[in-house]
Design a protein around this ligand. Structure first.
Ligand code: NAD
Length: 283
């Protein structure tokens, strides 16, 4: 029976460390600030933005929300980003994705000054991460690394299989594991013999977006199973990509959904905002 990895606790601990550092910065006259842009009224995006604002409040980071109409044109959004890039009282900028279809998300991401790109999505910051010369960490994958660290799970030399190759999760996850000397395999929708590849993994990171995608037969006895997925089950309950009930019988460690990887993403965002404030003030 696997040991549960408690993302709520690890996230709370990380936010507490950020809070302490924010308090120390404030004593030096620096108040970290995050600008959060949301375009339109997607309910899931609204929940994410509210959670980010709450986390800022908890950590003592000033958050400024820009809620723009669904009909906002790309030029208007880019003009706001230009203004925030110039604003010395703003350290981090994020635009909640997805943006409405008439706006190009890549253009938006690239417009944010890399020094304020606390989501770590821009080409510059992704490149820096791959060569190991980075300040900001990709939030969700770095959250996974924090979970592994908190439970003393050493990845060095381990056979790590990531399912999913998105720019937000799968690919940066590979970079961070590789940096810690894991042997990394990235699987995706065109991968052949997925179950066989997974069954050899010491650590599986699932980021597919399909409920019960990772089944017990794909998991080696004693493997560590990290579930990044956020899905709704047929009964409408929040669930991950892993068939939790059966996989937990074989794994040594497993993350639940909710309460595993989810809370970590925002905690790392707080860490990145603190880091931005320090860098911009040469501290
Ligand atoms: P995505 O849709 O961009 O990528 C999904 C990946 O799964 C793709 O690379 C695809 O190749 C792969 N895939 C699809 N079908 C497959 C198959 N049959 N076999 C193997 N691979 C297959 O999604 P994403 O943005 O990477 O997110 C993945 C999941 O993680 C989603 O459920 C999302 O909600 C969740 N997520 C969670 C957090 C968090 O904070 N915990 C953050 C981001 C995403």
């Amino acid at each position: 029976m696997a040991r549960l990895i408690d993302g709520k606790q690890v996230s709370a601990d990380l936010k507490m460390r950020v809070k302490e550092e924010v308090a120390a910065l404030k004593e030096k006259g620096v108040e970290p600030a995050l600008a959060v842009i949301i375009v339109g009224s997607d309910p899931a995006s609204r929940v994410y933005v509210n959670n980010k604002k709450k986390a800022c409040e908890l950590c003592g980071i000033r958050s400024v929300e820009y809620a723009l109409e669904e009909s906002t044109c790309e030029e208007e959004l880019l003009a706001l980003i230009d203004k925030l890039n110039e604003d010395e009282t703003i350290n981090g900028i994020l635009c909640q994705l997805p943006v409405p279809k008439h706006i190009n998300d890549k253009t938006v991401i690239e417009r944010i000054d890399p020094k304020k790109d606390v989501d770590c999505f821009s080409n510059v910051n992704v490149g820096k991460m791959w060569v190991g010369d980075y300040a900001f960490k990709p939030c969700t994958p770095a959250g996974v690394m924090e979970l592994l660290k908190a439970y003393d799970i050493d990845v060095s030399g381990k056979n790590c299989v990531i399912i999913g190759r998105s720019n937000i999760v799968g690919k940066p996850m590979a970079a961070l594991l590789l940096e810690k000397n894991a042997t990394v395999t990235i699987c995706h929708s065109k991968t052949q013999n997925l179950a066989q590849i997974c069954s050899k993994a010491d650590i599986i990171v699932a980021a597919v977006g399909r409920a019960k995608f990772v089944t017990a037969d794909m998991v080696k006895d004693g493997a560590v199973v990290i579930d990044v997925g956020i899905n709704r089950s047929e009964e409408g309950k929040l669930c991950g990509d892993v068939d939790f009930e059966n996989v937990k019988e074989k794994a040594s460690f497993i993350t639940p959904v909710p309460g595993g990887c989810g809370p970590m993403t925002i905690a790392v965002l707080m860490q990145n905002t603190l880091c931005a404030a320090k860098l911009q003030n040469n501290l």
